[in-house]
Design a protein around this ligand. Sequence first.
Ligand code: DHB
Length: 393
Amino acid sequence: MMFARRCFVFSLAVAAFLSSPAAAAADDTIKVGVVVEMSGPFAPYGHQITNGMRAYMKAHGEKAGGKKIELVVKDTTGPAPDLARRVAQELVMRDHVQFLAGFGLTPNAMAVASVATEARVPMIVMNAATSAITAKSPYVVRVSFTLPQVTAPIAEWAAKNKIKKVYTLVSDYAPGLDAEATFKKVFAANGGEVVGALRVPLKNPEFAPFVQRIKDAKPEAVFIFTPAGETAVAFMKAFSERGLDKAGIKLIATGDVTDDDVIDAMGAAALGVITTHHYSAAHKSPENDAFKQAYAAVTGAGARPNFMAVGGWDGMHLIYEVANKLGGKIEGDKAVAAAKGMTIQSPRGAILIDPATRDVVQDIYVRKVQKVDGKYFNVEFDKVAKVKDPGKS
Ligand code: DHB
């Protein structure tokens, strides 16, 4: 009841705002409301994303479509859907942003989708990777990736490389469930078998008992998905402390687990791990070199951009292209129409916004953790070209 009433009041306010002269008044600024995790255990997500956005702006000038581009950043503090919805409403109502952007975590993106729909504001998803997010609002455009999109290639790779029995372990929330279901389906279709499946809490999981259960089951490999960062480091520690590697159990994962932001903290425990993902800092291309240079200009030398920083960079690129196409006059429906079918030369390779789904189509790389010049990297050695989100086909 309360919720329905709040939504109704919000709808009235949005209607009033949309018809107000202030909303229609021409301005010399395009405001981008950025909803991200800037504090708490997921704070690296917000920092990577906003640094990627700022790097793009620094490298390309702070104007697009003849207008100044301004970021208004709001902190969700972690997975906090109610707070994310509230700050998004403020951004739309009070700050009059023309774009919503950011979104490291799925629960926050899911919660804001209805705000984007009500306010008819394009919502550029720069990380959150549950397949269903784009279906939550016709105003969502995703430049990052989806869990089914990066999971299907590792399931195929495993089956083709003589791995037949796998135990899966995922974080117990929407992206984890997407990864678990995709792995099981694609692995079975290629002749493999999932012999056990575990789900661990999103926040602060204690991995030791889970890892011991897997060890006792003696699978040939473990497939895991946890969100990038601390959780993945904790898993890797438990995996090597419990001696699964020494027991001959291989580790395969989505690239979230060996994320560039934490891979050096994992150290030797991560060596040899095979993952599939859309971006590695070790990707060789002129666009990636330019990106890393621009990122260092914002953060100082030494900080390594990860896939979330690339999401921020590419999302900003898309916003600039849309603003240019529309001559700086941003209307939600026109902006989404302009983004559909757009191709962007990303630091990861070309990406396409599928006009039918507004989701990203891209090459997915197969990588192995190796030491390069004394540091750990995900070194790409194969790729699957132009992968669409299999969650939608
Ligand atoms: C999410 C997905 C990821 O792949 C990740 O590393 C972190 C968060 C998400 O959608 O919540």
